[in-house]
Every structure is written in structure tokens, then in C-alpha cells.
Design a protein around this ligand. Structure first.
Ligand code: NAD
Ligand code: IPM
Ligand code: MN
Length: 351
């Protein structure tokens, strides 16, 4: 028997707590159906509540505490009314950057019976692949004369040949395993250094993958096409910020942000990978027990697959699919089930 998978469970704030509990309940249930799978979860109480007693949202050595785990599962962090976002979100960004989790994979698809806001309600199935280690998220810049009338803030993005090349490679490989189309999102018409580098590397790589159809769209037009003709997308690859924006939009067009999973990966490296739903802590519905746990549950399935357990991962994904086919839905997608009730419906369909 293989050693148990060690998972750090970091529910965080708001609905992060509900959806992490839901996802881990499903993991524990699928464990009982899978010979050879053992999962050991370690719960972490970091976040806004931790801040009240410790004056910080996570321990100073939180990265070292996380490093030995096979994976980290995060619910969501942030609660702007309690603490400024740049304080609560710091550990999330640090995990991604310090463990060099450069590939952020965010699949978005429609589910049976889930209404979408689009006129054309054909099924959608796309992936937003987001560069996750540099770009607009590097902490490069500064504030001069803070508070003074001449205050100036400088925020610099960093796009490296190595960083862009590896995410594009990941994208072409993903596309090859799917409908063989990749769309690069840029803004090279206005940002002439960083995104021009992206385009040069993209077109050079395209020549090595003639079987993959390539497309390039600026971020502004991309938001339009996502709403007007989302079927044209298979794998969408872009910088950290563009990937962030398009992942929320892909949630909206598939029916709810609560549906979308996310994996933060550094394939082959001996660091824990990070799995989390795309959505945030949703203070507007926190404490009501109505958060949609689908994105979190599917993130847990992706975690099992990435850690070498494709069979239970598939079992979880098909249980979710069956739950939707049978009409089980939380309020965000037009149903009445609570987080717990929906989770139970998924668990029931695992066997
Ligand atoms: P949000 O994603 O929390 O919520 C946006 C909207 O979507 C809200 O109306 C919310 O109710 C709805 N929603 C989100 N997830 C849902 C779910 N599972 N089920 C049903 N409805 C859902 O974004 P926000 O309100 O802009 O941000 C709230 C906080 O979360 C902020 O502090 C923000 O910085 C943080 N945030 C954290 C993460 C993360 O931890 N990965 C991601 C995004 C935002
Ligand atoms: C996400 C979130 C984060 C991001 C925030 C919370 C820093 O929006 O994971 O999509 O921008 O990456
Ligand atoms: Mn986001």
C-alpha cells in the first residue's frame, strides 16, 4: 500500500470554510470506495480569525509548514470588511510564487440543467491557462511621497522568456490532448514590450506544433468573444492578470463562479501543488450555507488525478455530473439545495 496522501487543508475565510469541508467530505467518501487510496488531512486555522489572536493571517514560517505536504487545498481567503485584501491574500500569492506553481489550470464547462446567462446555450468546455508565477503579480514597484499631492505609485510587470515559454509549452500540450486549439490573450497594441514577447514566443512555438490551431486576441476583444462566441475557445493562455480576469468571466458564462475548479502546478518539482476553487470568500453569502461547492469538489478531483489517482478523480467528477443530471442544484444555479445537501447528493452518487 502506498503511503497516505498528505493534504494541508486551508479553508481560509467566508465560504472558503464551507466549500473546503464539502470537498474533503467527498474525498473521504471516495477514499472508502478506492482500494489503495489513503488521505490524511491536516486542518489549518489561518485567515481573518487567526489574525484576531496572532496579529497576522498565517504563521511567519507558513511556507515551511506547508512544504512537506503532497498538496495544499485552499477554500478562499479575504474579507475586505475585516482586513485589507493585500494582507489576507498575501499567503496565497506567496505560495504560488515561492513554490513556483507557474501553471494555473482553470477548466470551465457547462453542466446539465444549469442555466447560463448566454442567449446561445450550447455546451461549453474550455480551459483558462494562467501564467501564475510572474507577470503583473510580481511585487515590483513602490510608492513615492505617500499621501502627498505629488504621490506616485509605480507597479511593474515582469514577463521572462523562461516564464512565458514554459506556460506556452504547457498550453500546447494541453491543447493537443483536447480540441487542438490554443488562443493567446495579449494587449500588444498598447503594451509593447511584455506582450510582444509573448506573441513572438507563441508564434515560434506554434511552428513546432503544426497540428494545433493558433489564435491571438487582445484582452478587450477576448471579453467580447467570450460572451458572444465562447464556442471558439478551447485552451486560452494568458498572463497572470488576464488569466485571472478571464477565469471569472468563464465562470459567469458557464452559469456560476461556484462551478469552476483551479489547480496551481509546478509539474515534476518536489513542492506541494495548490488546489482551490476559482471563486473567493463571497462575504455576501458567507454563513448562509448556500455556497456552491462544485468548484471546490472538482478541484479536489483534480488534486487526486494530479497526485496519481485518476480512478477516484473520475468517480468524483462523474458523481458531480450525475448530481446535475438528476436536477440537484444550489441557489446560485437556480436550485434550492444547501451546500451540505448538494455535497450529500454527490457523495451518494459515488458508488
Ligand atoms: P467572490 O468570488 O468571492 O464572489 C463574487 C460573486 O460570486 C459573489 O456574488 C458571490 O456570492 C458569488 N460566488 C462566488 N463563489 C460562489 C459559490 N461557490 N457559490 C455561489 N456563489 C458564489 O469575489 P469577491 O466578492 O470579489 O471577493 C470576495 C473576497 O474574496 C475578496 O476579499 C477577494 O479578494 C477574495 N478572493 C479570494 C480568492 C481566493 O482565495 N482564491 C479568489 C477571488 C477573490
Ligand atoms: C484568484 C484570485 C486571486 C488572484 C486573488 C485573491 C489574489 O482572484 O485566485 O483568481 O488574483 O489570483
Ligand atoms: Mn480571480
Amino acid at each position: 500500500m502506498k503511503p497516505p496522501l498528505t493534504i494541508a487543508l486551508y479553508p481560509g475565510d467566508g465560504i472558503g470554510k464551507d466549500v473546503t469541508a464539502a470537498a474533503f467530505e467527498v474525498v473521504q467518501a471516495v477514499e472508502t470506495h478506492t482500494e489503495g487510496l489513503a488521505v490524511e488531512g491536516t486542518w489549518l486555522d489561518w485567515g481573518c480569525d487567526y489574525y484576531k489572536s496572532h496579529g497576522r493571517v498565517a504563521p511567519v514560517d507558513f511556507l515551511e509548514q506547508l512544504r512537506p505536504f503532497d498538496a495544499v487545498f485552499l477554500g478562499a481567503v479575504g474579507w475586505p470588511e475585516q482586513l485589507p485584501d493585500h494582507v489576507t491574500l498575501e499567503p496565497l500569492i506567496q505560495m504560488r510564487q515561492s513554490f513556483d506553481l507557474y501553471a494555473c489550470v482553470r477548466p470551465a464547462r457547462t453542466f446539465p440543467g444549469v442555466p447560463t446567462p448566454l442567449k446561445d446555450d450550447r455546451a461549453l468546455d474550455l480551459i483558462v491557462l494562467r501564467e501564475n508565477s510572474e507577470g503583473e503579480y510580481v511585487n515590483a514597484g513602490g510608492c513615492f511621497h505617500p499621501g502627498a499631492p505629488e504621490e506616485a505609485a509605480l507597479q511593474t510587470a515582469l514577463h521572462t522568456r523562461k516564464g512565458v515559454t514554459r506556460i506556452l509549452e504547457y498550453g500546447f500540450i494541453l491543447a493537443k490532448g483536447r480540441r487542438k486549439k490554443i488562443t493567446l490573450i495579449t494587449k500588444s497594441n498598447a503594451q509593447r514590450y511584455g506582450y510582444v514577447l509573448w506573441e513572438e514566443l507563441f508564434y515560434a512555438m506554434a511552428e513546432e506544433h503544426p497540428e494545433v490551431e493558433v489564435d491571438r486576441i487582445h484582452i478587450d476583444a477576448a471579453t467580447l468573444h467570450m460572451v458572444r462566441d465562447p464556442g471558439r475557445f478551447d485552451v486560452i493562455v494568458g498572463s497572470n492578470l488576464f488569466g485571472d480576469i478571464l477565469s471569472d468571466l468563464s465562470g459567469a458564462i458557464t452559469g456560476s463562479l461556484g462551478l469552476n475548479p483551479s489547480a496551481n502546478l509546478n509539474p515534476g518539482a518536489s513542492v506541494p501543488s495548490l488546489f482551490e476553487p476559482v471563486h473567493g470568500s463571497a462575504p455576501d453569502i458567507a454563513g448562509k450555507g448556500i455556497a456552491n461547492p462544485t468548484g471546490a469538489i472538482l478541484s479536489a478531483a483534480d488534486m487526486l488525478r494530479f497526485l496519481g489517482y485518476p480512478e477516484p478523480a473520475e468517480r468524483v467528477a462523474s458523481a458531480v455530473e450525475k448530481a446535475y443530471t438528476d436536477g440537484c442544484r444550489t441557489p446560485d444555479v437556480g436550485g434550492t439545495l444547501s451546500t451540505e445537501a448538494f455535497t450529500l447528493e454527490v457523495v451518494r452518487r459515488l458508488s
